[in-house]
Ligand binder design. Sequence first.
Ligand SMILES: Cc1cc2nc3c(=O)[nH]c(=O)nc-3n(C[C@H](O)[C@H](O)[C@H](O)COP(=O)(O)O)c2cc1C
Length: 240
Amino acid sequence: MKKAVVINGSPQAERGTTGRVLAPFIEGMEAAGAEAQLFYAGRMKIKPCSGELDCWNKKPGQCIHADEMEALYPMLRRAETLVLATPVYIPLPGEMQNFLNRLCPLLEPVLETRDGRTRARFRADVAITRIVLVVTSGWWEAGNCDTVVRIAQEIAADAGVEFAGALVRPHAHMIWKKGEPTKEGQVVLEALRKAGQELIASGSIDPETLIAVSRPLCGQEEYRQVSNRSYRQASGEAEG
Ligand SMILES: Cc1cc2nc3c(=O)[nH]c(=O)nc-3n(C[C@H](O)[C@H](O)[C@H](O)COP(=O)(O)O)c2cc1C
Protein backbone atom coordinates (compact mmCIF):
# COMPACT_ATOMS: atom_id res chain seq x y z
CA MET A 1 0.00 0.00 0.00
CA LYS A 2 1.41 3.40 -0.99
CA LYS A 3 1.29 5.63 2.04
CA ALA A 4 0.59 9.34 1.87
CA VAL A 5 0.43 11.88 4.64
CA VAL A 6 -1.79 14.84 3.83
CA ILE A 7 -1.54 18.03 5.89
CA ASN A 8 -4.35 20.53 5.48
CA GLY A 9 -3.16 23.87 6.86
CA SER A 10 -6.50 25.67 6.52
CA PRO A 11 -7.91 26.97 9.82
CA GLN A 12 -11.32 26.20 8.25
CA ALA A 13 -10.39 22.48 8.19
CA GLU A 14 -12.79 20.20 6.27
CA ARG A 15 -15.52 22.81 5.89
CA GLY A 16 -13.12 25.27 4.21
CA THR A 17 -12.54 25.70 0.52
CA THR A 18 -9.16 23.98 0.74
CA GLY A 19 -10.73 20.98 2.48
CA ARG A 20 -13.40 20.70 -0.20
CA VAL A 21 -10.84 20.99 -3.01
CA LEU A 22 -8.61 18.44 -1.30
CA ALA A 23 -11.37 15.83 -0.78
CA PRO A 24 -11.68 14.66 -4.42
CA PHE A 25 -7.88 14.62 -4.77
CA ILE A 26 -7.63 12.26 -1.79
CA GLU A 27 -10.51 10.17 -3.18
CA GLY A 28 -8.57 9.79 -6.42
CA MET A 29 -5.41 8.79 -4.56
CA GLU A 30 -7.31 6.18 -2.56
CA ALA A 31 -9.08 4.86 -5.67
CA ALA A 32 -5.62 4.22 -7.14
CA GLY A 33 -4.57 2.26 -4.06
CA ALA A 34 -3.00 4.82 -1.73
CA GLU A 35 -3.50 4.87 2.01
CA ALA A 36 -3.92 8.55 2.78
CA GLN A 37 -3.72 9.87 6.35
CA LEU A 38 -5.18 13.34 6.65
CA PHE A 39 -4.30 15.80 9.41
CA TYR A 40 -5.42 19.35 10.08
CA ALA A 41 -2.54 21.54 11.22
CA GLY A 42 -4.97 23.85 13.04
CA ARG A 43 -6.45 21.02 15.07
CA MET A 44 -3.14 19.64 16.23
CA LYS A 45 -1.16 21.08 19.08
CA ILE A 46 2.00 22.01 17.21
CA LYS A 47 4.34 24.39 19.00
CA PRO A 48 6.35 26.78 16.87
CA CYS A 49 9.96 25.76 16.24
CA SER A 50 12.09 27.50 18.84
CA GLY A 51 15.24 27.42 16.72
CA GLU A 52 17.73 25.69 19.06
CA LEU A 53 18.59 23.27 16.24
CA ASP A 54 19.16 20.48 18.78
CA CYS A 55 17.40 18.28 16.18
CA TRP A 56 20.48 18.81 13.99
CA ASN A 57 23.21 18.97 16.59
CA LYS A 58 22.69 17.52 20.07
CA LYS A 59 19.96 14.97 19.28
CA PRO A 60 19.95 14.40 15.51
CA GLY A 61 16.45 13.71 14.22
CA GLN A 62 14.69 14.48 17.50
CA CYS A 63 12.65 17.57 18.20
CA ILE A 64 12.89 19.04 21.69
CA HIS A 65 9.16 19.80 21.80
CA ALA A 66 6.75 17.27 23.30
CA ASP A 67 3.48 17.81 21.43
CA GLU A 68 1.33 16.20 18.75
CA MET A 69 4.16 16.25 16.21
CA GLU A 70 5.64 13.32 18.20
CA ALA A 71 2.91 11.06 16.79
CA LEU A 72 3.15 12.57 13.34
CA TYR A 73 6.91 12.14 12.86
CA PRO A 74 6.78 8.30 12.54
CA MET A 75 3.93 8.58 10.02
CA LEU A 76 5.88 11.15 8.03
CA ARG A 77 8.93 8.88 8.12
CA ARG A 78 6.91 5.98 6.67
CA ALA A 79 5.03 7.92 3.98
CA GLU A 80 6.09 7.87 0.34
CA THR A 81 4.13 11.02 -0.54
CA LEU A 82 3.66 14.21 1.46
CA VAL A 83 0.72 16.34 0.35
CA LEU A 84 0.74 19.93 1.59
CA ALA A 85 -2.67 21.58 1.27
CA THR A 86 -3.18 25.23 2.15
CA PRO A 87 -5.06 28.38 1.34
CA VAL A 88 -3.05 31.45 0.36
CA TYR A 89 -2.88 33.61 3.50
CA ILE A 90 -0.18 36.04 2.35
CA PRO A 91 1.49 33.63 2.18
CA LEU A 92 0.52 30.84 4.68
CA PRO A 93 -1.77 30.29 7.68
CA GLY A 94 0.34 30.36 10.87
CA GLU A 95 -0.57 26.75 11.72
CA MET A 96 0.82 25.59 8.36
CA GLN A 97 4.00 27.57 8.83
CA ASN A 98 4.48 26.00 12.27
CA PHE A 99 4.07 22.53 10.77
CA LEU A 100 6.55 23.25 7.97
CA ASN A 101 9.17 24.57 10.39
CA ARG A 102 8.78 21.47 12.51
CA LEU A 103 9.88 19.29 9.54
CA CYS A 104 13.42 20.33 10.49
CA PRO A 105 14.27 17.12 12.46
CA LEU A 106 13.57 15.06 9.33
CA LEU A 107 16.35 16.85 7.47
CA GLU A 108 20.00 15.89 7.67
CA PRO A 109 22.19 18.98 7.50
CA VAL A 110 24.96 17.41 5.43
CA LEU A 111 25.01 20.14 2.85
CA GLU A 112 25.42 19.75 -0.88
CA THR A 113 25.41 22.25 -3.69
CA ARG A 114 22.67 21.33 -6.12
CA ASP A 115 21.97 23.57 -9.12
CA GLY A 116 24.05 26.26 -7.45
CA ARG A 117 21.99 26.18 -4.24
CA THR A 118 22.95 24.97 -0.76
CA ARG A 119 20.68 22.03 0.04
CA ALA A 120 20.19 19.36 2.71
CA ARG A 121 18.32 16.05 2.40
CA PHE A 122 15.72 14.08 4.26
CA ARG A 123 17.41 11.68 6.67
CA ALA A 124 17.91 8.06 5.54
CA ASP A 125 14.98 6.89 7.73
CA VAL A 126 12.51 9.17 5.94
CA ALA A 127 10.71 7.37 3.10
CA ILE A 128 9.16 10.47 1.48
CA THR A 129 10.16 10.62 -2.18
CA ARG A 130 7.83 13.38 -3.35
CA ILE A 131 5.92 16.42 -2.22
CA VAL A 132 2.69 17.63 -3.81
CA LEU A 133 0.97 20.94 -3.17
CA VAL A 134 -2.76 21.69 -3.18
CA VAL A 135 -3.31 25.45 -2.90
CA THR A 136 -6.51 27.49 -3.00
CA SER A 137 -6.85 31.24 -3.25
CA GLY A 138 -9.68 33.73 -3.27
CA TRP A 139 -8.73 36.16 -5.98
CA TRP A 140 -9.14 35.54 -9.65
CA GLU A 141 -5.67 34.94 -11.01
CA ALA A 142 -3.58 31.84 -10.39
CA GLY A 143 -0.55 34.12 -9.84
CA ASN A 144 -1.84 34.70 -6.29
CA CYS A 145 -0.57 31.20 -5.52
CA ASP A 146 2.96 31.71 -6.90
CA THR A 147 4.56 32.48 -3.52
CA VAL A 148 3.09 29.36 -1.94
CA VAL A 149 4.10 27.21 -4.93
CA ARG A 150 7.63 28.57 -4.56
CA ILE A 151 7.66 27.71 -0.84
CA ALA A 152 6.61 24.11 -1.55
CA GLN A 153 9.19 23.80 -4.34
CA GLU A 154 11.90 25.08 -2.00
CA ILE A 155 10.93 22.58 0.71
CA ALA A 156 11.12 19.70 -1.79
CA ALA A 157 14.47 20.93 -3.11
CA ASP A 158 15.89 21.34 0.42
CA ALA A 159 14.73 17.82 1.28
CA GLY A 160 16.18 16.36 -1.93
CA VAL A 161 12.85 14.93 -3.10
CA GLU A 162 10.75 15.40 -6.18
CA PHE A 163 8.25 18.23 -6.36
CA ALA A 164 5.50 16.24 -8.05
CA GLY A 165 3.27 19.18 -8.89
CA ALA A 166 1.09 22.00 -7.66
CA LEU A 167 -2.68 21.76 -7.86
CA VAL A 168 -3.45 25.45 -8.04
CA ARG A 169 -7.07 26.51 -7.59
CA PRO A 170 -7.67 30.28 -7.81
CA HIS A 171 -11.13 31.81 -7.02
CA ALA A 172 -11.71 28.41 -5.50
CA HIS A 173 -14.96 29.36 -3.76
CA MET A 174 -16.57 29.74 -7.20
CA ILE A 175 -16.52 25.97 -7.69
CA TRP A 176 -19.80 25.97 -5.75
CA LYS A 177 -22.97 28.02 -5.80
CA LYS A 178 -25.33 27.71 -2.82
CA GLY A 179 -23.29 24.76 -1.59
CA GLU A 180 -23.54 22.74 -4.83
CA PRO A 181 -20.85 22.46 -7.51
CA THR A 182 -21.64 24.46 -10.64
CA LYS A 183 -21.34 22.68 -14.00
CA GLU A 184 -17.88 24.21 -14.47
CA GLY A 185 -17.02 23.50 -10.85
CA GLN A 186 -17.89 19.84 -11.36
CA VAL A 187 -15.27 19.66 -14.13
CA VAL A 188 -12.67 21.01 -11.68
CA LEU A 189 -13.63 18.48 -9.00
CA GLU A 190 -13.36 15.67 -11.58
CA ALA A 191 -9.90 16.94 -12.58
CA LEU A 192 -8.83 16.90 -8.91
CA ARG A 193 -9.98 13.28 -8.60
CA LYS A 194 -8.08 12.41 -11.80
CA ALA A 195 -4.96 14.16 -10.48
CA GLY A 196 -5.02 11.98 -7.35
CA GLN A 197 -5.37 8.81 -9.42
CA GLU A 198 -2.61 9.81 -11.82
CA LEU A 199 -0.22 10.66 -9.01
CA ILE A 200 -0.54 7.25 -7.39
CA ALA A 201 -0.86 5.19 -10.59
CA SER A 202 2.02 6.77 -12.53
CA GLY A 203 3.95 8.87 -10.00
CA SER A 204 3.14 12.11 -11.79
CA ILE A 205 0.20 14.31 -12.71
CA ASP A 206 -0.55 14.98 -16.38
CA PRO A 207 0.07 18.70 -17.17
CA GLU A 208 -3.36 18.77 -18.87
CA THR A 209 -4.97 17.67 -15.60
CA LEU A 210 -3.18 20.47 -13.74
CA ILE A 211 -4.50 22.96 -16.29
CA ALA A 212 -8.04 21.60 -15.82
CA VAL A 213 -7.74 22.05 -12.03
CA SER A 214 -6.75 25.71 -12.46
CA ARG A 215 -9.14 26.64 -15.27
CA PRO A 216 -10.91 30.00 -14.90
CA LEU A 217 -14.53 29.68 -13.78
CA CYS A 218 -15.45 33.15 -15.07
CA GLY A 219 -13.79 36.19 -16.64
CA GLN A 220 -11.60 38.46 -14.51
CA GLU A 221 -13.91 41.48 -14.85
CA GLU A 222 -17.00 39.40 -14.08
CA TYR A 223 -15.21 38.05 -11.01
CA ARG A 224 -14.44 41.58 -9.82
CA GLN A 225 -18.01 42.78 -10.29
CA VAL A 226 -19.62 39.75 -8.62
CA SER A 227 -17.17 39.97 -5.68
CA ASN A 228 -17.73 43.70 -5.17
CA ARG A 229 -21.50 43.27 -5.37
CA SER A 230 -21.58 40.54 -2.77
CA TYR A 231 -19.19 42.51 -0.52
CA ARG A 232 -21.45 45.58 -0.71
CA GLN A 233 -24.52 43.46 0.03
CA ALA A 234 -22.83 41.69 2.95
CA SER A 235 -21.43 44.88 4.52
CA GLY A 236 -24.70 46.75 3.90
CA GLU A 237 -26.62 44.00 5.66
CA ALA A 238 -24.13 44.06 8.52
CA GLU A 239 -24.54 47.86 8.94
CA GLY A 240 -28.32 47.71 8.60
C1 LIG B 1 -5.73 36.25 6.10
C2 LIG B 1 -6.11 35.89 4.69
C3 LIG B 1 -5.25 36.21 3.66
C4 LIG B 1 -5.57 35.90 2.33
N1 LIG B 1 -4.72 36.26 1.33
C5 LIG B 1 -5.05 36.00 0.04
C6 LIG B 1 -4.19 36.43 -1.02
O1 LIG B 1 -3.16 37.05 -0.82
N2 LIG B 1 -4.57 36.13 -2.31
C7 LIG B 1 -5.73 35.44 -2.57
O2 LIG B 1 -6.02 35.20 -3.74
N3 LIG B 1 -6.54 35.02 -1.58
C8 LIG B 1 -6.23 35.28 -0.28
N4 LIG B 1 -7.06 34.88 0.74
C9 LIG B 1 -8.27 34.07 0.40
C10 LIG B 1 -8.08 32.58 0.66
O3 LIG B 1 -6.84 32.12 0.16
C11 LIG B 1 -9.17 31.75 -0.04
O4 LIG B 1 -10.43 32.24 0.28
C12 LIG B 1 -9.03 30.28 0.31
O5 LIG B 1 -9.68 29.50 -0.69
C13 LIG B 1 -9.64 29.97 1.67
O6 LIG B 1 -9.53 28.61 1.95
P1 LIG B 1 -10.09 28.01 3.31
O7 LIG B 1 -11.59 28.19 3.27
O8 LIG B 1 -9.67 26.60 3.31
O9 LIG B 1 -9.45 28.81 4.42
C14 LIG B 1 -6.79 35.20 2.05
C15 LIG B 1 -7.65 34.87 3.12
C16 LIG B 1 -7.33 35.22 4.41
C17 LIG B 1 -8.28 34.87 5.53
